[in-house]
Write a protein that binds this ligand. Sequence first.
Ligand code: SF4
Ligand code: SF4
Length: 321
Amino acid sequence: MEKIKEILETRKCLKLILGAGNEDVKEIEKLIYIYAKAGFNMFDISAKPEVVKAAKHALKLAQVEALICVSVGLADDIHLKKAVINKQKCNNCSKCISVCPHNAIFEEDNSYIVDEKRCIGCSVCIQNCPFNAVILEHKYKAPYTMLLPMLSEGIDCVEFHCSSEKTNDIIDNFNKIKSIYDGMLSICLDRSKLGNEGIMSLLKAMISDKPDYSYIVQVDGKAMSGLDDSYSTTLPTVAFAQLIDTNNLPVYIILSGGTNSKSTKLAKECSVDVNGVALGSYARKIVKEYTYRSDFFENQNVQTAAINIAVKLREELVKYL
Ligand code: SF4
Ligand code: SF4
């Protein structure tokens, strides 16, 4: 707990989000290797023992010490959902393959299939399917159940994805998590479902049992939307962080959801105090051409090129933290 608090208090938490639903261990190893070498200090991964092992292996290869955070979530929350293609509606147009930012859809025997291990539930395929053939489904396991096998894995933080209108459900599940895990908890939610007043009263209820600064609030501006590097993409997370900051809620604030290289600069320009930033879609995208290479761990030039891109991103972010 001291280590994570120290990073948060120095306002230099740089977190890479691998995706709560991302179970592609090969890609996870490469991404963690790149961003650990570049100086990121926290990695947010799926709550699966094999994913935690892959993350630790990557940190060992990189010879870097960094924090591991695992994500659990409610059924209503988008982060743990997966795309499913309805074969009856699918017209085999292949548009979903070309738009999926995670290369999670493939064609086999004239059928379009989602690779569940790679799908992170970002909805891009749904938004682009001309035949409404894709839906998101959640193979729901209660957060408490997801977390149990993690307790012996040596994790540093648990992130609870709880964007839902059902506040009683959120609080019940949060209390169950707290009954088995006493390390740092990160509450990740967006404000679209509850509005400003609803979010503030929920957060106050969630954090009231512990001393000030016992929790992280990860403000999810717009979940998994950070595919470009514009100010407008990152504005919703800064606006949400401002709500928490101006209400003086005694929590650590991390930006997420639409984060990119402009996020900390925009927060600074808006005088919003944050303790760090978490990047997912954007950070993964800018090194994608390297992480998809099968010779990544054998090819020093490939590694160096990817690490240089990640270093540039880190340098831009820390300038304004
Ligand atoms: S975009 Fe829709 S219709 Fe086209 S291949 Fe994908 S699922 Fe099928
Ligand atoms: S576009 Fe997003 S939701 Fe669709 S398959 Fe790819 S990762 Fe999954």
